[in-house]
Design a protein around this ligand. Sequence first.
Ligand SMILES: [Zn+2]
Length: 468
Amino acid sequence: MSNLNAVLGSFFHTPAYGGFELLERALIELDGRGFIERVTLPSDEGYDAHVIAAREAGAREPGTFMELGSDECGLPGFVDLHVHAPQWPQAGVALDEPLDVWLDQRTFPLEARFADPAFAHAVGLDLARTLLSRGTTTCLYFGSAHLEGSFELARACTEAGQRAVVGKVVMDDPEANHDFYRDASPASALADTEEFLGRVEHLDADCRRTVERFPGVFAAVTPRFIPSCTDEALAGLGQIVAAHDAYVQSHCNEGEWEHGVAVARYGKTDAEALADFGLLRPKAVMAHCTFMNESDTALFAQTGTTVAHCPISNAYFADSACPVRRIHEAGVKIGLATDISGGFSPSLYENIRMAVMASRMLESGVDALVPCSSRGAGRLSRISVAEALYLATKGGAEALELPVGSFEVGRAFDVQILDTRHPYADLTGFGIFDAPADRLARILYLATPDSIRKVFVQGRCVIDRDAL
Ligand SMILES: [Zn+2]
C-alpha cells in the first residue's frame, strides 16, 4: 500500500470556487513521486484498456493498485491553515473563560512546556496523526516560542507523514509577555527564526534522501501577533521573510482588543501595520481577520495575502463572524482552519459545517429583538457547503502555493477514502437522495472520523483504520 500507482473509484473535488465535480469511476494514475499523471473517465477514449492495464500492473506488484468499492469515495486531503500545536492538550478546556484568562492561566503555561523537546515531540506526533485521521493531509502550524520544541514538532510531522508548514513563534516584548514564556530579546528572536528556517530546510532535505515520496515539511516566519512583538522584531522578521521568500503566519484583526491595540499603537489598523513591516505578501496567512474594513481587504488582495477562516474559534473569541463571502468577492484568498485550541475540534468537517452556519447567522442576524430589516449584515453573506469544501482544500493549497487540494493532473495525490455505509454512519441517501450534490452534502454534514477509512499523502498510505 505504500507505493500507489493507480486508483479506480469515485472522487468529489472542487477545482473551481462555487461548484464541485464528481469523478465517477475515474482511473487516477500517479507518477513515481505520488503526483497525479492522468485522470481517465469512463467517457474517455481508451478507458477500458487503461483500467485493464492498471489492474494487471497491480496484480504484478501488490499494493500498487487500489479499487474503491461502490460505497466508498474519495475527497481531497484537507489543508488546515491555522493550528497551535502546543495547545492540543488544551482543546475543549476552559472555553467559557474570557480570552485573557484563557491565555494567561491556561495557554501560556501549557505552551511553556514545549521547552521540553520530548514533550513537544509527543504532543506534535499525536496531533499530526489525529489531524491525518480526520482527513487533514497538509497543516500550517504555530509551534511555540522555543527553537528546539518547534523543531521537534517539524520532526514529528515528518514521522507522521503529514505535509506541514511549521513556525517558531516570536513573542519578544517583555511588557506584553510573561517572563516564563517569551523570547529573551528581539535579537535572539530573529537569530532563532533564522536558525529554525535553516534547520527545517535541512530536515526536509534529509528526509528526501531517505524517504522516496516524502511530502515535504517547510518553515514559516511566525510573529504571534502585533501585541506580543516589539517593532524591532517585526521589522527584522519582515527582512527575513523577504530574504528567504519564506512563508509567514500570524493573527490579524481577530477581535475587538487586537484591533484596538494596533490602532492605539500605530494609529492604523492591524492589517496596515503588518503590511508596513513587510508581513503581508504571497505565502502569508493571517488567522481570523474578522474586523477587516474595505481598505484592509483591498490591502490583502493587493499583497496576495490569505485569510485563514476559523469559524469555531471565532464563535468563542472573535466578537463577530468573519465575512467570508465579502472577503472572497473582494479577490482575497481564503482557506479554512481549526485554530486548535481556540477551536476545540481537530476536524475540518466540523469547521466546514460551522463556516456555513456562521455565514447564515451573519446574513440573518441573531437577536430577535432587533427588527428583521436591520438584524443581519445587510447583504448576502451565506456560503454553500461546496464553497466551504473549496476553502478546506484548494483555498488552503492556493494560500501555501502547494500543488494539492484537488484531483487535477500535476497535483499530489492527497486523498481521504470514506466508507459511506459504515455502521452507525450511513452517509447514503437510502436510494432517495442519490444526486451527486445530495451525496456530497450528506458526506460533508454527516461524516464521522470512523467514516474516513484510509488517508494517503502523495500516494503513500499514512492512515489505515481497517489495518488497526
Ligand atoms: Zn491562533
